[in-house]
Design a binder for this molecule. Sequence first.
Ligand code: HEC
Length: 151
Amino acid sequence: MRLPLLIPLLLSAATLLTACSGEVEDTRPGQPVKTRQASFKDIIRSFEPMGVMLRGKNFNADKFLVMANELVAKREAPWAHFGPDTNYPPTKATAEVWQQPEKFERDRLAFIAATDTLLAAAQTKDRQQLEAPYQAVYDTCQGCHKTFRKR
Ligand code: HEC
């Protein structure tokens, strides 16, 4: 299976977007947009290095397992910050988040389930078993972004 070479791009695109939207401050109490964006960035900080490891020569089963555990620990962070009245700049969420809440929830649960599968695979410490579940998590990120995040 081919691993997603696009993940570094996904990261740098997000960084660029952040740089561009830097002028818009989240001035709301509690900064829900800024907080959920920071949560996603935190998720990718654990997720992306796993992909780098699977693509490169520096695979380390113990480190991979640490990151898989981190991913599971971080996976709940963004969702509470998608409150009913939180579609405003500088968000990159689409209006569909609020218009199609059932689909958003389905996509969210698919992501949660895929990270469970990845963690279980990481616990085997068998590299051969990691690529498919890693790709499956990646597909749930992309699947949700397709509808719910602006490009
Ligand atoms: C159920 C939907 C959903 C899933 C699953 C999901 N995301 Fe997102 N993601 C979003 C939405 C919506 C935004 C836009 C948030 C905003 O700007 O208000 C976003 C934003 C981001 C951002 C940009 C943050 C910023 O600073 O603008 C990154 C990076 C990101 N997601 C990475 C990931 C990764 C990596 C995964 C999987 C491991 C993932 N996301 C899974 C919905 C999702």
